[in-house]
Design a protein around this ligand. Structure first.
Ligand SMILES: Cc1cc2nc3c(=O)[nH]c(=O)nc-3n(C[C@H](O)[C@H](O)[C@H](O)COP(=O)(O)OP(=O)(O)OC[C@H]3O[C@@H](n4cnc5c(N)ncnc54)[C@H](O)[C@@H]3O)c2cc1C
Length: 259
């Protein structure tokens, strides 16, 4: 198999790049190790700016999503003390990533893009431009795009020492078990050093989380429990999901080889 571009990862970055490539009449193959629809830990806030970008790729404008809420504002808190409500400049689309990413990948396929799901990569040979899959199939490419997340295998091709420096915990709570009935987002400051907490409502659940610069001295589960208690949410710590996330850490030159 030969493609102009191979993209590793079919999340929003990989799919947006894939649409752009197809719009420019180049051949494209996206490889993802998971099968869609798949869960992705995320609060699902798609800003107006991102929505406009997706629209410019002729993508995203028809997305409805059973669980989506269109939010027009945010309530600001300092710890658990309410400060004010702010109207956002545009809409924020609060999407369920299970639904949203599925919509994006199928829209890409409808346009004629090749997607290999449930596909593991054995080796990436950047000298000869060949990707070898776990089943020993070879794929040749002119260009490769790494879109496999914050700590994916392609990042290490350009930056061996990368270690994500932010850490977050999130839990999805059934709305029935809470008294939260606003379409506004809520942001909580002062809950973690260099960080913040949030409630992003969806139709049937709330995504509640916090993020801060990673510090191994912090007992994150305990801090998260305190945060949830302070905002009146009860939940077992076995339901917490965590992820490292980059804080800044942009590459000035994200290309490792030019031919
Ligand atoms: C708790 C939390 C809350 C967040 N909330 C928000 C928010 O409200 N708004 C917002 O804009 N951002 C939010 N983010 C960040 C957002 O989730 C990411 O920025 C976004 O998902 C990045 O998209 P991506 O396409 O680059 O990667 P991802 O969405 O992570 O997709 C990467 C894809 O690559 C695939 N992959 C990984 N490794 C391989 C491999 N070796 N081979 C093949 N495939 C591979 C994965 O299966 C996955 O499908 C949040 C993140 C977290 C953790």
């Amino acid at each position: 198999m030969n493609y102009d571009v191979v993209i590793i990862g079919a999340g929003p970055s990989g799919i947006a790049a894939g649409h752009n490539i197809i719009n420019n009449n180049l051949s494209c193959c996206i490889i993802d190790k998971q099968v869609f629809p798949r869960n992705k830990l995320c609060a699902g806030g798609v800003t107006q700016k991102t929505f406009e970008l997706l629209k410019s790729l002729n993508l995203g404008q028809e997305f409805k999503g059973e669980n989506t809420i269109v939010s027009k504002g945010v309530s600001i808190y300092l710890k658990d003390k309410y400060i004010t409500d702010i109207a956002c400049k545009g809409n924020t689309y609060l999407v369920d990533r299970f639904e949203f990413d599925e919509y994006l990948v199928r829209a890409y396929e409808k346009k004629g893009g090749k997607l290999l799901e449930n596909t593991k990569i054995k080796n990436i040979d950047t000298e000869n431009n060949i990707i070898t899959l776990a089943d020993n199939q070879n794929i040749k490419f002119k260009y490769i795009i790494g879109a496999d997340g914050a700590v994916g295998i392609t990042r290490s091709l350009v930056d061996k020492d990368i270690k994500a420096n932010g850490f977050c915990l999130q839990v999805d709570i059934d709305k029935i078990n809470t008294s939260y009935n606003s379409d506004n987002m809520a942001m909580y400051y002062g809950v973690l050093p260099y960080g913040y907490g949030w409630i992003f409502p969806k139709k049937n659940h709330l995504s509640v989380g916090f993020i801060g610069e990673y510090d191994k001295k912090i007992d994150y589960k305990c801090e998260f429990e305190n945060f949830l208690n302070n905002i009146g949410i009860n939940c077992d710590r076995s339901e917490f999901k965590g992820a490292f996330i980059p804080f800044g850490q942009y590459l000035n030159k994200p290309i490792n080889k030019e031919k």
